[in-house]
Each structure stands twice: as structure tokens, then as C-alpha cells.
Design a protein around this ligand. Structure first.
Ligand code: SF4
Length: 394
């Protein structure tokens, strides 16, 4: 029997529904993949075990640049005969997951990804330079939306993707509706289905995006968020203040136990300081906010670390985006399959059931917990980081 191939030119996360936080509630297969969930540890630069490229990727200058970078690291690039990738499916689901997570495919972005989608409340528009991530966060919002083995796709047609953004400038709902964000111009989010700094050393894509926005003399802003600290190649770029980098951070019980393969929070905050000193607008994505026991104390310590990280930065432009933990029946099933020993609480009984877009069910904290969390974060951020602007709570 021939092995089913992975169609690498298809999106990893199909857009039904479009918003990654409202993943569909359909039943999905589960995977017992506990052995492949690594403990939280400091990140090393990701070295994929296998890199493949589709024929179309060779037609793009950026695709060839990625290949050259990868080959310079001593990794051979396999040229696929078509867009179908075989050799990913293992004997067991665990093996398939592990092989897919160690594989990177250089592809041309699927046409569906070239038509930008609104991505409230984060930005007016979302665009993608890659899909998939080598890290192992136990709450990862991608889990509910994956369409197959999580092979990371990186896009070779970067120049076309960046050129296509111009048509969206001046349009969008976030900046026109929210007075607090009007100074941002039209916002473009570039980290919905991946973590940029997990892949930047292999692609150079986000660096080029920062330069593109730096040279784009218009009211526009590039935004991305990361759990990695590898920012050296961004320091000194002509960013013109048109890229806001947010560091995704969490309190110690969450970041040290549930974010396998990412950089430590102190390292992420050191990266935030470095970028802020280089004149970038910066931000905190505090997500997912989890009501762990003694959460006030743990999140208080996190905010203290932030205070120390931004101390004395001239002209600091700091924002915060506050996102509470939520899950869907689909994402819970996938995550428990991948990380069956997770300590992440996903108890429907203690949550409120909500219907998102497209009628998908999601479980959020009950109103009283939400009220306490929100009140605490708004008060403590105002007290400890008075210049920090909260962009939204969700
Ligand atoms: S770093 Fe982000 S995209 Fe990657 S596994 Fe963690 S939550 Fe998911």
C-alpha cells in the first residue's frame, strides 16, 4: 500500500474558521504522543532534520535564498518532484508527529493565504510568511486547527507576499474603530500560524519584512509576537519605527512547564529591552493568562521582571495585549493526545461555554474569574508600568 503523502502546498491550518483562537469544535482524531512533548528548556536554534523544497519554490529568489541559508548550515535540501511529501508518516502517530515537527518545507504560499483576512483584535490584517512551529507549547492555539502532520512550511514567494500588502493599506477595522490605536496606521500581523524567531535564522523572512515596512512611507505597521529571543539580526535594521515586536510572556508556572522548546522568559525580556533600545516600538503579549493557584503573586513577579527589563529605556513605546486562556472541544482533544500528562486545566465544568464565529463552541473563564483577572491586570499594569498602553483584553 502506498503511503499517504502530505500536500505541502496546502495550508497547515485550514481557515474554517479563520480566527485561530476560535478553532472548530468538531471531533478530531487523538494522538498519544506523550514521548515527543519535551520538557520546557532553553531554546536552541532549530535545526530541522529534513528540509524539502517544491519545484515552484525554486522559481523564487527568496526560495533560493532560504535554500542557500539552509545549505550553509550543512543541511541538504531535497528537491521534491511535485508538491507531495512522503516519508513523514511513521509506524505510529507518535512517530509521524515527531517526524513532521522535525521537517521544514520550502513552498510557495497557497492562494488562500494571499487573500488577507482581518485578525481582530490584534491587527487589521493578517499575512503569513510561514505556517507551523518547532516549539511545543501545551496550550498552542494551532492545535485545534491543524489539518495534518505539522510539517513547518516556509514561503518562498516572500517578495510577492510583501508587494501584495499595498492593496490593503488604508483599509481595516481596528485602526478606524479604536481611537487608542489610530496612530498605528493599518496594522499587519505576521505571526498567526508560526513563531517568527523560531524560523528567522533559516529564512531571513521577517528581517526582510521589517525592512519592507521601514521603507514603506505610509501609515502602516508590521506586528509580530514571539517566544524566542534571537533578535541580534534585527538590531540596527532601518525599521523606521514601523514594526512593533511583542514578546509573548507568562508567569513562571506556565512558562517553565508548558512552553517546551522556547526561550526562557528572562531571555525574552532581555530581547525586548534590546529591541526597545534600538528604537522599536515593543509590546507584551501576555497569553494565555491562566488562573493558576496564587496567580496574583506569579503574574506580579512577571510584571516586576518587565519593569526591570524596560528600566531606563529612552522614549519607550510599550503596549500590552492580554489574552485569557480558552479552549475548544477540538483543541482540547488534540492537545490531550499530544500532551496527555499536561497540567493545563481544561475542565468544561469550571468554564463558561461560548459560541464563537461560525457557531464554534469555546470554553472561557466564567464571568467572575474574568472580572478578577481583568481588574487585577489593568490595575497592576497601570501601577507598575504607567507608560504601558493596554491594547485589548480578551
Ligand atoms: S511558540 Fe507559539 S506557535 Fe509555537 S508551539 Fe508555542 S504557542 Fe504554538
Amino acid at each position: 500500500m502506498t503511503e499517504p503523502a502530505v500536500d505541502v502546498d496546502q495550508p497547515l491550518a485550514p481557515d474554517t474558521p479563520a480566527a485561530p483562537h476560535s478553532a472548530s469544535g468538531e471531533a478530531v482524531r487523538t494522538f498519544d504522543l506523550s514521548a515527543v512533548a519535551p520538557p520546557a528548556r532553553p531554546a536552541r536554534r532549530w535545526t530541522p532534520r529534513r528540509v524539502v523544497a517544491t519545484p515552484a519554490a525554486y522559481d523564487h529568489a527568496h526560495g533560493r535564498r532560504i535554500m542557500a541559508r539552509v545549505e550553509a548550515l550543512g543541511i541538504e535540501v531535497e528537491r521534491l518532484a511535485a508538491n507531495r511529501l512522503t516519508g513523514v508518516r511513521g509506524e505510529t502517530d507518535r512517530e509521524t508527529y515527531a517526524r513532521a515537527k522535525a521537517t521544514m518545507a520550502i513552498v510557495v504560499s497557497p492562494p488562500a493565504r494571499r487573500k488577507l483576512q482581518p485578525i481582530a483584535p490584534s491587527a487589521d490584517w493578517r499575512f503569513d510568511l510561514a505556517e507551523g512551529c518547532p516549539a511545543h507549547c501545551q496550550y498552542c492555539y494551532l492545535a485545534g486547527s491543524l489539518s495534518g502532520p505539522p510539517v513547518t512550511r516556509v514561503y518562498a514567494d516572500l517578495d510577492d507576499i510583501l508587494a501584495g500588502l499595498a492593496a490593503y493599506a488604508g483599509h481595516g477595522t481596528i485602526t478606524s474603530r479604536r481611537a487608542a490605536r489610530r496612530d498605528e496606521g493599518t496594522t499587519f500581523e505576521a505571526s498567526c500560524y508560526t513563531d517568527p524567531l523560531a524560523l528567522e535564522h533559516l529564512t531571513g523572512s521577517w528581517r526582510r519584512a521589517v525592512e519592507h515596512f521601514g521603507g514603506w512611507d505610509a501609515p502602516v505597521q508590521l506586528r509580530w509576537t514571539t517566544k524566542f529571543d534571537d533578535v541580534a539580526s534585527f538590531v540596527g535594521l532601518p525599521h523606521a519605527g514601523r514594526t512593533r515586536v511583542r514578546l509573548s510572556v507568562n508567569c513562571a508556572p506556565v512558562s517553565t512547564r508548558m512552553e517546551g522548546g522556547t526561550s526562557s522568559v528572562p531571555d525574552r525580556l532581555a530581547a525586548l529591552r534590546r529591541l526597545a533600545l534600538d528604537g522599536y516600538p515593543v509590546g507584551l503579549t501576555i497569553a494565555p493568562i491562566i488562573a493558576v493557584p496564587d496567580w496574583q503573586e506569579h503574574y506580579g513577579l512577571l510584571l516586576d521582571q518587565v519593569v526591570a527589563a524596560v528600566a531606563g529605556v529612552p522614549g519607550l513605546d510599550l503596549t500590552a495585549e492580554l489574552i485569557t486562556h480558552r479552549f475548544t472541544p477540538g483543541s482540547k482533544e488534540v492537545l490531550l493526545g499530544w500532551y496527555p500528562r499536561t497540567k493545563l486545566e481544561m475542565d468544561e465544568e469550571s468554564r463558561s461555554r461560548k459560541h464563537g464565529k461560525f457557531g464554534a463552541v469555546k470554553y472561557v473563564y466564567p464571568a467572575e474569574t474574568m472580572r478578577q483577572l481583568r481588574g487585577w491586570f489593568e490595575t497592576e499594569i497601570a501601577r507598575r508600568l504607567p507608560s504601558c498602553r493596554i491594547l485589548y483584553w480578551t
